[in-house]
Write a protein that binds this ligand. Structure first.
Ligand SMILES: Cc1ncc(COP(=O)(O)O)c(C=O)c1O
Length: 441
């Protein structure tokens, strides 16, 4: 009955729809209440009605948007997927809403084993999985494991543009000074220039030289090399296999642990993990993931198991998140997202070809596309943050949801839900972008 009611409710959500005039005053009031309660206006006027259909979502003002940002990569099955509903019911029938370190349900084991099996598929030696509720906490746990193992090393190496979350330590690791204004310095981070794909040999040499300098300046002091294989919040900069292998080989020579932050990249490239996409399986010491999995996790090698009560939390995840995570992993596999010629890479080729056509049609208005797999971005106009924000808001008003990424240049990015996005959805997104660019002469 629930599934039938759901299908019925979502049957009309198959294209963009403007807001309903008679909903506008009450919607505005809701936005004002939201702003007052949380102490700041939302980035765009999004308040869901609670119903959607694949990448289409209905807002509380009656409008329907094509959601190509999906909670910044979270709604991998889109909105109101029938299996979300089943996972929710399954969870509601369990005895508790939340699960924690002290008391867990059987599906937690299934999920941890499932994530480890996926991670080990091409040979990575990851043996343990710790669930948690946020990417920042998964990353905190990763750093703790690394420091604990490599004591007294107390520094971290990271790439330019990286983003690691909003805790005090993660704000320090994140390469964005204004995200840590007034925050005490709790972590020593040495940055390495990211790869410039247009000048690969020179940029690789520059990065290696920077790494060498850091290692020599602080001998034995670096616990970990922190790698976000496609810089997400930083602006969609992927590195190459060759680049990563060179950095990793040099870092490993000094016994530096390798941490892959896959909180945004997980499930978006040709393999579930980006480290698998870039053939870096042998080097994965600690890996974090999140967002699309509806909960977050830290995977690590057996020899890094902490000696002492270092890792624990009241909440590991809600029962619904755990059920939903199992469903997400199954749907990503079932819908053929992975493989060198899998659905993710096919849609990447299609979407980027169509974005390139638009870039050719509107020179000066947009450049790109950038990114890889189901992580794509455009550089609008002069690459200023004003230009990126203006384009995101114009697209939103026209029915397409995107978000900004990076600075100098700032970009407009898309994270379409991998399990449900079709080329027809991509065509609709292109039509909307085309119309918006044409209107903003
Ligand atoms: C690469 C990366 N790491 C960590 C995080 C932090 O995740 P959370 O916001 O769940 O704490 C994010 C969030 O955008 C991310 O993109």
């Amino acid at each position: 009955m629930l599934l039938a009611a759901l299908r019925d409710a979502q049957s009309e959500l198959t294209g963009p729809r403007p807001p309903r005039v008679d909903h506008q005053a009450s919607f505005q009031q809701l936005l004002e209440r939201l702003e007052s309660a949380r102490g700041g206006a939302p980035y765009f006027p999004y308040l869901s009605s609670g119903i959607g259909n694949g990448p289409w979502v209905e807002l509380a003002d009656g409008s329907v948007k094509l959601d190509f940002i999906a909670g910044i990569g979270v709604y991998g099955l889109g909105h109101s997927h029938p299996r979300w509903l089943q996972a929710g019911v399954q969870a509601a029938l369990q005895d508790t809403v939340m699960q924690g370190n002290l008391q867990q349900h059987v599906p937690s084991i299934e999920l941890c084993e499932c994530l480890l099996k996926l991670a080990q598929a091409q040979g990575a030696g990851l043996s343990h999985c710790l669930l948690t509720t946020s990417g920042a906490m998964a990353n905190e746990n990763a750093l703790k494991i690394a420091f604990h193992h490599r004591f007294p090393a107390d520094r971290v190496l990271a790439l330019d543009h990286c983003f690691a979350g909003r805790s005090i330590a993660m704000a320090q690791l994140t390469d964005r000074p204004h995200y840590r204004t007034g925050i005490p310095t709790v972590l020593a981070v040495d940055y390495i220039p990211a790869e410039d794909p247009e000048h690969s040999p020179q940029s690789q040499a520059r990065s290696l030289a920077a790494l060498e300098k850091h290692l020599q300046r602080y001998p034995g002091k670096h616990a970990a090399l922190w790698l976000e294989l496609v810089a997400g919040e930083g602006g969609y900069y992927p590195g190459s296999e060759e680049y990563f292998k060179k950095l990793i080989a040099r870092a490993k020579a000094d016994n530096v642990l390798i941490i892959f932050d896959e909180v945004q990249t997980f499930s978006r490239l040709s393999q579930p993990f980006a480290f698998q996409h870039f053939n870096l399986d042998d080097y994965a010491d600690i890996v974090t993931l999140g967002k699309i999995t509806q909960l977050c996790a830290t995977l690590y090698r057996d020899e890094l198991k902490p000696k002492g009560p270092l890792l624990s939390q009241t909440f590991t995840a809600s029962s619904a998140s755990i059920e939903a995570a199992l469903v997400v992993l199954d749907e990503l596999e079932r819908t053929g997202c992975f493989g060198a010629a899998g659905w993710n890479m096919q849609r990447h080729d299609y979407f980027s070809q169509r974005l390139r056509e638009l870039a050719d049609k509107y020179p000066g208005k947009i450049a790109g596309p950038h990114g890889c797999g189901m992580m794509l971005a455009l550089t609008p106009g002069d690459g200023s943050s004003q230009a990126a924000n203006d384009l995101v808001h114009a697209l939103f008003a026209a029915g397409l949801m995107s978000f900004v990424a990076g600075s100098n240049p700032a970009r407009v990015r898309f994270l379409p839900p991998p399990a449900v996005t079709t080329n027809a959805h991509i065509d609709t997104a292109i039509e909307i972008i085309d119309k918006v660019l044409a209107a903003n002469a």
